[in-house]
Design a protein around this ligand. Sequence first.
Ligand SMILES: [Zn+2]
Length: 121
Amino acid sequence: MIKFNLKCERGHEFDSWFGSNEDYEKLRRRGLISCVVCGSCEITKAIMAPRVAGEIEAPDLREKPLVDDVGTKFPEEARKMHYGEAPVRPIMGEAKIEEARALLEEGVPVLPMGIKPKQVN
Ligand SMILES: [Zn+2]
């Protein structure tokens, strides 16, 4: 299920759940989605917010072009961002398994990406 925030031509915003993006497109093209306020079928997507119950919200670092490599300071930086002590930005770095687990337990969204291979000369 995907939740879309929708907006009608008159700027009314509402949200609705769809099975997939394709479902949404099909319904929209047939004029089966209408504004809850004015009934207009001129609907556009405002923001897409896919969400799965229980899923940890983690930024997808692979798609962000600018990732701040903080190296071994990763657990420290991730925690600072989580508690608002540092600007929120995509970061990457190294964390021991126990550190990563501790972060997740604190509710800090980290995305384990495996072990960085050591550089071979
Ligand atoms: Zn409307």
